[in-house]
Design a binder for this molecule. Structure first.
Ligand SMILES: *Cc1c(COP(=O)(O)O)cnc(C)c1O
Length: 406
């Protein structure tokens, strides 16, 4: 066996720089181990994770129960493909549908695939059920959206960098301002089949729509026979202090996309939820994925959902989120323009004169808090939902120091 030479932070950075595509600009911490809200880098430094892998590790790093489900299923049977049946997918389908009160689920892997699936489902429903002529189905999306990186999804993005050089784009999409229900109603035509929206825009900068927006969206979609697609990939599964962010307005979407925390961070697992009246437009052969619904993914997702509920994480997100928001609002710093959020999904928008959020993220990392800017001026704080008050205090002390002293 070859002797493994100990590599240090700079060695890993150099290797990645040399061999990797440069489609990301990560902070220069090389993480090696995680447990709960904490992660450790290769130099042995400890950090509090205030990003949670963009909300994929809501349950905390390496949750022991999910780990055990993963190992047990990996030892038995990781993959069957959907050519055959397995013992885990039917139980995940039942448990997810019972938890969320939808009739049906469709399993995929990444969030972008769940969004693509929802769009295909809406187009097919629009033709078969609503009667829109084939090929003329329109879907409305919002400015500032982030729903994934496929060509079709970036076709309705208004972020220049996501699109630059990647055309030609998929037709059939219209974008309207976010949070503007009148604009939605005005944009609907007889060919509109769906409206796709994030209940809170995450990558867009933790943007909360005006109160009552989702209820108005629900009402408008119902009146015009347009499907309401809620992208809960980042906001769902407890992140905002409720199972779904739409729950805050007691609204139920027609189609919901889930991903990220559906696996507690162990494995890519995503899903689309809908009632039978919508999901039944799909017949065998219409859509699929080699890995979607595999027994390893399903076993992991089942346990990830169980710990979320049984360990009270959704409630904790609501309580700790309120505390985090209140404490952040007490910080006085000329750098802060606004603090906003819901549950443990919080954005601190900095004044443009503060010189960009990136350098604050770097200073926070040096102080032992890992977070990532979204857009140029917003710090996103989204710790695992298991975080305690004393751990928040630990973070807040450092956040305050960086925000007031940098
Ligand atoms: C992250 C995200 C996606 C895309 O998920 P991937 O797993 O990265 O493909 C889609 N929608 C929202 C709201 C997201 O936050």
């Amino acid at each position: 066996m070859l002797e493994q030479v100990a590599l240090h932070t700079q060695d890993y950075i150099t290797l990645e720089h040399h061999y990797g595509a440069k489609n990301y600009k990560p902070l220069d911490v090389v993480l090696e181990r995680g447990a709960g809200v904490w992660v450790w880098d290769v130099e042995g430094r400890r950090y509090l994770d205030f990003l949670s892998a963009y909300s994929a590790v809501n349950q905390g790093h390496a949750h022991p129960r999910i780990l055990q489900a993963l190992v047990q299923q990996a030892q038995k049977l990781p993959l069957t493909s959907r050519a055959f049946r397995n013992t885990q997918l039917p139980l995940l389908a039942q448990e997810l549908c019972e938890l969320t009160h939808y009739d049906k689920m469709l399993p995929m892997n990444s969030g972008a695939e769940a969004v693509e699936t929802a769009l295909k489902l809406a187009r097919k429903w629009g033709h078969l059920v609503k009667g829109v002529p084939q090929g003329q189905q329109e879907i409305i999306a919002c400015a500032g959206n982030f729903q994934g990186r496929t060509i079709t999804i970036i076709s309705f993005s208004d972020e220049p960098q996501y699109r630059e050089g990647f055309g030609p784009f998929t037709p059939g999409f219209v974008t309207i301002p976010y949070g503007d229900a009148d604009a939605l109603e005005a944009a609907i035509t007889p060919h509109t089949v769906a409206f796709t929206v994030e209940p809170i825009q995450g990558e867009g900068g933790i943007i909360l729509p005006p109160d009552g927006y989702l209820q108005r969206v629900r009402d408008i979609c119902t009146r015009h026979n347009v499907l309401f697609i809620a992208d809960e990939i980042q906001t769902g599964l407890g992140r905002t202090g409720a199972l779904f962010a739409t729950d805050h307005e007691a609204v139920r979407a027609d189609i919901v996309t889930l991903g990220k925390a559906l696996s507690g961070g162990f494995y890519p697992v995503s899903a689309v939820l809908a009632d039978a009246s919508v999901m039944s437009v799909l017949r065998p052969g219409d859509h699929g994925s080699t890995f979607g619904g595999n027994p390893l993914a399903a076993a992991v997702a089942r346990e990830a959902l169980k710990v979320l509920v049984e360990e009270g994480m959704i409630d904790n997100s609501q309580r700790m989120g309120a505390y985090l928001l209140a404490q952040l609002r007490r910080i006085t710093s000329p750098a802060i323009k606004e603090v906003r959020g819901r549950g443990l999904f919080v954005g601190v928008e900095l004044h443009p004169a503060a010189g960009g959020a990136r350098r604050y993220c770097e200073a926070l990392a040096a102080a032992g808090i890992l977070c990532k800017e979204t857009h140029d001026h917003v710090l996103r704080f989204a710790p695992p939902l298991i975080i305690t008050r004393s751990e928040l205090d630990y973070a807040l002390e450092r956040v305050e120091r960086v925000l007031t002293q940098l």
